[in-house]
Design a protein around this ligand. Structure first.
Ligand SMILES: C[S@@+](CC[C@H](N)C(=O)[O-])C[C@H]1O[C@@H](n2cnc3c(N)ncnc32)[C@H](O)[C@@H]1O
Length: 387
């Protein structure tokens, strides 16, 4: 089983050739009519085409039956830790008689279920007043978390992040931003050029270079000293999403994001010549983002400075960034009751122990960045008290 770890390949060296999926035929036709497309548009279609996109096709994506593992899919320990933060936030806000959580991109509903279970067991008074909104644009994708959470009260679904009211004390998203489409840029002869996807009968899908499709793609690269041939990913859309997430926060509230990513100096360091783009199919990392359109995951690490800049512009205060390993170790007390409960059954206990190792693995999920952004003044939260 694989979490989405580091990459060691150059995606530009790869090119899919076969029109082996329904989406491949649609995209080949589109390129014939409209010409080469930005990699952002390619990735957007591959992940979010309404019928054939990876996250829209109705097939399992994350989890053991899917293509890669996310933290909520590993074990409820992860959700227990988030639930512990939620309970602390509720208490520090004076135990309001309505506490709203929005989760954006809820996948299978595993995170929501473990947060709600933890809160019911640990803070029953909060469980009585919780409202939990799943933000999932795709109706078919929303069905599985809705069914999974049917026994909890106060759960509803919204299809559009930008329509949420500014009333949520906690907005949480796991691996949302690293699934947002990226532009690819490559440095050569003193300037950045953008990579576009082209298709011909002889070469199949392949990359070609051109002028950047927009000047704003270059903004995060101004301070960067790139190596010749360096490849980077840039995604202005992620900043816009952070602004929308902020729009859902109440006057005092916390935005909690978990994503693979680095600060800009590390993300665009000259030694990271091949960028961070990677694919996943049946738990195997792949090296060709042009292969099997719509039938494999494509992801790229986030620029943590971009998230912080967008958050500050939107009036949020950035808590120190932690990695998931540090954060979970600090929250041990919250996680322990779940393990202790499992102790009555040896195999469950051992599974929880193994899960804790997986969730804190410094080469895997333990590397995930935990980004806390607060609106209004909040007291120190569990995980950050000593940060
Ligand atoms: C890598 S998956 C993570 C799923 C889940 N959070 C987990 O950890 O298992 C990324 C999810 O973000 C969702 N997503 C992308 N853009 C979104 C948006 N604008 N609003 C809500 N969800 C979105 C995708 O549909 C996909 O389900």
């Amino acid at each position: 089983m694989s979490a989405r770890g580091p990459t060691t390949f150059n995606p530009l060296a790869a090119a899919g050739t076969a029109l082996d999926t329904p989406l491949a035929r649609i995209l080949a036709e589109r390129i014939q009519v409209e010409g080469p497309m930005t990699f952002r548009d390619w990735m957007d279609a591959c992940l979010y085409h309404p019928e054939h996109g990876y996250y829209r096709s109705g097939r399992p994506t994350v989890g053991r039956d899917g293509d890669f593992l996310t933290s909520p899919e590993v074990h409820p320990l992860f959700g227990a830790a988030v639930g512990h933060v939620a309970a602390s936030l509720w208490r520090s806000l004076g135990r309001p008689n309505r506490f709203r959580i929005a989760e954006v991109g809820p996948g299978s509903g595993a995170l929501a279920e473990s947060i709600l279970r933890h809160v019911s067991a640990d803070e029953p008074e909060l469980a009585e007043v919780i409202g939990y909104t799943l933000v999932e644009p795709d109706q078919r994708a929303a069905e599985s978390p809705q069914q999974r959470l049917a026994s909890f009260r106060g759960v509803k679904t919204s299809s559009d992040l930008s329509r949420l009211q500014a009333e949520h004390q906690l907005v949480v998203a796991n691996e949302l931003l690293d699934a947002i489409p990226v532009h690819l840029l490559c440095f050569g002869n003193g300037r950045w050029r953008e990579r576009y996807v082209n298709q011909t009968p002889e070469r199949g899908f392949h990359f070609i270079s051109g002028e950047p499709s927009s000047e704003r793609l270059l903004a995060p690269l101004r301070e960067v000293t790139p190596a010749e041939g360096q490849l980077v990913e840039v995604a202005p859309q992620r900043g816009e999403i952070v602004s929308s997430l902020r729009g859902a926060l109440a006057e005092r509230g916390l935005l909690l994001l978990f994503d693979y990513g680095y600060t800009r100096d590390r993300l665009y360091a000259p030694w990271r010549r091949d960028g961070t783009l990677m694919t996943f199919r049946r738990h195997v990392p792949g090296d060709d983002p042009l292969a099997h359109p719509g039938e494999q995951d494509i992801t790229a690490h986030i620029d943590i400075d971009q998230v912080h800049d967008a958050a500050r512009t939107a009036g949020l205060y950035a808590l120190p960034v932690l990695n998931q390993s540090e954060w979970l170790h600090r929250l041990g007390a919250a996680v322990l009751p779940a393990v202790a409960e499992a102790q009555s059954d040896t195999s469950a206990y051992l599974a929880a122990r193994r899960a804790a190792e997986t969730l804190t693995d410094p080469a895997g999920l333990g590397r995930v960045a935990v980004i806390g952004l607060s609106r209004g003044e909040l007291p120190p939260l569990p995980g950050w008290e000593t940060a």
